[in-house]
Design a protein around this ligand. Structure first.
Ligand SMILES: [Fe+2]
Length: 188
């Protein structure tokens, strides 16, 4: 597989960006156009990374490094991830099809145990070639839904490996929040 801007190119650029700056906003601003360039290439991913799992959405670790990691995520029709945070910066680039992303703003100050009051900040339809950015601490809560009848393929870049890392999942209706940790490669 040859692409003008390869995964190796993206890794090298992200390595440089995260070495030169550790501010989340600066990192995502520099990385966003590069991930967009990568996902806009139809052959950017091998076919084996574009398959949904048998029982859940597909997830594949493409690169793991100390300052960031890159995964491919494949959402089948109806697959979703309810409102959650990440405790790090992130970029979600769409390779194929479309994902509905709901972004939330937290209205409470987090001081009350198990309580969180979220309001919807935006409901986005992210289509192929688009990149969505997460910037902690104030703009990194989202929910993902594949509302379409076919698979959606994405590339996720996060500043930490989310596997086993305690973070928050929200129930927007009941205004409750719980700590959870993702299993291996579930970097969503
Ligand atoms: Fe997420």
């Amino acid at each position: 597989m040859t692409t003008p801007y390869s995964l190796e190119n993206l890794i090298q650029d992200l390595d440089r960006i995260t070495r030169d700056d550790d501010a989340a906003a600066a990192i995502v601003a520099a990385a966003k156009p590069l991930l967009a360039k990568f996902v806009r290439q139809p052959d950017c991913l091998e076919a084996k990374f574009k398959k949904r799992g048998d029982a859940a959405y597909g997830r594949y670790m493409l690169h793991r490094a100390s300052r960031f990691n890159i995964t491919a995520i494949v959402w089948g029709p109806g697959d979703n991830a309810k409102a959650h945070n990440h405790q790090t910066w992130g970029l979600v680039g769409v390779v194929d099809n479309e994902i509905q992303e709901t972004r939330f703003r937290r209205r409470d100050d987090g001081s009350q145990a198990n309580y969180a009051d979220l309001e919807v900040a935006a409901v986005l339809k992210n289509s192929a070639g688009m990149v969505s950015c997460l910037v902690p601490p104030d703009d990194e809560i989202h929910e993902m839904n594949n509302m379409t009848p076919r698979n959606t393929v994405e590339i996720h870049v996060y500043g930490k490996d989310l596997a086993d890392m305690p973070r928050l999942r929200f129930d927007v209706q009941t205004r409750t929040v719980k700590t959870f940790a993702s299993p291996k490669y579930d970097n969503c």
